[in-house]
Ligand binder design. Structure first.
Ligand code: FES
Length: 142
């Protein structure tokens, strides 16, 4: 029986991350277990920005390491982002809590609630995690 081939559909093309931007190797997926995170540097709009990738319940998400309350790093304890038993990401400065899979601030200072962390698009390929610099503007740090 001949092997089945599948034609590329418009859906396949739309689901792929943008190919016009460079991608940067962040880590091997197996190196970041559920509940863990890793920081990395990504060039974004002309500046090197500190970002972090998390494994939340087996799915990878990445964000610029910048709170939406005050634009400073969220982890004064280095690479410590998860809180509440891994249910939330927490800014260590004033305790803003973010939803790990969406980046939305759910609780904390009034200026942060309802805002979203700046997402870094990821691409997982053959067990490797690649990051794409976000195309949308981000708030610069202090
Ligand atoms: S700076 Fe993050 S909660 Fe205030």
């Amino acid at each position: 029986m001949p092997a089945q081939t599948r034609k590329r559909s418009r859906t396949d093309a739309a689901a792929r991350p943008p190919t016009t931007t460079r991608r940067y190797l962040v880590a091997r997926a197996e190196e970041i277990a559920p509940g863990q995170s890793r920081k990395f540097i990504l060039p974004i709009q002309g500046a090197d920005e500190e970002c972090f990738v998390i494994n939340f319940r087996g799915e990878f998400h990445a964000y610029v390491n910048r709170c939406r309350h005050i634009p400073i790093a969220m982890d004064w304890v280095d690479n410590h982002f998860f809180a509440e038993g891994g249910r939330y990401l927490m800014c260590q400065t004033h305790g803003a809590l973010y939803q790990p899979d969406s980046g939305e601030c759910l609780a904390g200072p009034a200026g942060a609630c309802g805002k979203f962390l700046f997402r870094v698009p990821l691409q997982i390929e053959r067990g490797l995690i690649f990051a794409h610099p976000p195309a949308a503007p981000i708030e610069r740090g202090l």
